[in-house]
Design a protein around this ligand. Structure first.
Ligand code: SF4
Length: 289
């Protein structure tokens, strides 16, 4: 039997209690903790067991800024916007929101010690990504019926909602839950240059599972807004959800101890690359015997 679908207010269970009551979990996992374990168990150990500090970078900070802008975009005052002027108006709104969020993140940006030229470059790049998203949003507005305000309201998603699964001991923040004509679609924003949805199947499968556990119905679709490109969507099917369940269970089963020897190093391209290195490279010394 299907549980009734609720909308905004979700009770958040205590994650420690969830882990304690779960047969195999030592902690509640997330798409990023599971991805880290798959990349390198030792990296998981440093990050989630020892909880060593990580260093921030401009790509993470500007990703957070873009997420904040898109979250607040749908709270704007729309009474002055009409079907004749919405494209220019929405771009102006986007630009102002970005300026505001950039300022809100100033402290974190200063820590990155960027030159003025670098900061301007990253600001402009972020603005282009957000304009790109605005263009596709405007195309969706054009396809709707009614006044601008009615169309905008119809396209407004539920945003940044935290879901926690007690059954699978996993949690996640869903960027945007959209009610499309075909059904519910869970969307994630990505600022990365790579635009391959297959690399995000695990995250999208976990979101589908989380949504199902809370609402008793599967979302119809999941997808990614690649802010440097286009949106990419796929239909939710059993295979996607079963894969997510399997990966979650695998990580729970293999992260039950705090013994470093149970978390082997996986040396490879993620240890060091041309412009950076793993946060834990100096602690790990992956290539030393
Ligand atoms: S440096 Fe390499 S082996 Fe060591 S934790 Fe990082 S990714 Fe894993």
């Amino acid at each position: 039997m299907q549980k009734e679908e609720s909308t905004v207010v979700l009770q958040i269970p205590d994650t420690q209690t969830i882990a304690e009551n779960h047969p195999t979990a030592s902690r509640v996992q997330s798409p990023s903790s599971i991805k880290t374990f798959k990349q390198c168990p030792r990296k998981y150990y440093y990050s989630y067991i020892l909880e060593l500090e990580t260093t921030s970078n401009i790509y993470q900070v500007r990703g957070n800024i873009a997420h904040s802008v898109l979250e607040h975009f749908f709270d704007i005052e729309t009474s002055m916007i009409s079907l004749n002027n919405y494209e220019q108006h929405l771009k102006l709104v986007m630009q102002n929101l970005l300026l505001k969020e950039w300022q809100n993140y100033k402290e974190e940006l200063v820590k990155l010690e960027l030159s003025q030229e670098q900061e301007i470059k990253y600001f402009e790049e972020t603005l282009m990504m957000l304009f790109n998203w605005t263009n596709s949003f405007c195309q969706k507005i054009a396809k709707q019926q009614g006044t601008f305000q009615e169309r905008f309201k119809k396209l407004t998603p539920i945003r940044e909602l935290r879901y926690v699964s007690q059954e699978h001991a996993v949690q996640g923040f869903i960027d945007a839950i959209e009610h499309r004509d075909c059904g519910v679609c869970l969307m994630d924003y990505k600022t990365s240059s790579k635009q391959n949805i297959d690399e995000h199947l695990l995250q999208l499968g976990i979101y589908s599972l989380l949504y199902y556990e809370k609402h008793g119905v599967m979302p119809k679709q999941v997808g990614v807004y690649f802010l440097k490109g286009e949106e990419s969507i796929l239909e939710v099917d059993e295979e996607l959800v079963e894969m997510a369940k399997k990966e979650i269970a695998h990580v729970h089963e293999n992260t039950q101890t705090n013994n470093i020897n149970d978390y082997p190093k996986q040396p490879g391209g993620l240890c060091k690359w041309s412009s950076g290195q793993c946060d834990f490279y100096n602690t790990c010394r992956p290539f030393e015997k």
